[in-house]
Design a protein around this ligand. Structure first.
Ligand SMILES: [Zn+2]
Ligand SMILES: [Zn+2]
Length: 194
């Protein structure tokens, strides 16, 4: 007599290996946090285990082996920004290094590391619809390019020149932006009395 084979193994999107029950406990635990998945992943599938159906239709989780070995790190959906319902994109139950073919600025292949992703989605509060399109060096360079303008905006908000050091910083930032006229203007001004 032949035993009927149950579909109780699914492929981990992180390591690409087929995993069974015993390797899915952490991913399974994360599922109750997730709303909306039931709708997109559960269509017309009859399975003894709805959790397996859910995970099979979803690619942002990792098996216990990946999480325990550090190949993947666990995500906290509650700390990820919730877009409006029309733009809903699945939560990250896990992060692992992702390779991309080319950076928008320098064109080289780059890795968006799991640590960067955690920071990006859970600290910076970036939308789950977004992903890095530049390598780390280009992202840093870009931040540096925009820094003087951003800093000036914050520094001059209330119009006060708090100290000599503060005034010099304003001058330096205008020079970095190529605004010699403004740099000269602030060079002549004296810091406000306090
Ligand atoms: Zn895995
Ligand atoms: Zn780059």
């Amino acid at each position: 007599m032949q035993k009927k084979k149950k579909p109780n193994r699914i492929t981990c999107p992180c390591c690409g290996q087929e995993k069974g029950e015993r390797n899915l406990s952490r991913a399974r635990k994360g599922l109750p946090e997730i709303n909306g998945l039931l709708v997109c992943a559960g269509q017309h599938q009859e399975a003894a285990d709805p959790a397996l159906v859910l995970l099979a239709g979803f690619d942002r989780w990792a098996c216990d082996d990946c999480l325990n070995s550090g190949r993947a790190i666990a995500g906290e959906p509650r700390r990820q920004r919730q877009e409006n319902i029309m733009a809903h994109e699945p939560e990250y139950l896990a992060f692992w290094d992702k390779s991309y073919r080319s950076c928008l600025d320098c064109g080289s292949a780059f890795v968006f590391s799991k640590e960067e992703q955690l920071f990006y989605y859970q600290q910076l509060g970036k939308s789950r619809l977004a992903r890095a399109v530049r390598c780390l060096d280009c992202r840093r360079a870009r931040r540096e390019t925009f820094r003087p303008a951003r800093e000036l905006g914050e520094m001059l908000e209330d119009g006060a020149l708090r100290s000599e050091e503060f005034r010099q910083r304003v001058v330096d930032n205008y020079r970095l932006l190529g605004r010699e006229d403004k740099a000269r203007y602030f060079e002549k001004r004296r810091p406000d009395e306090t």
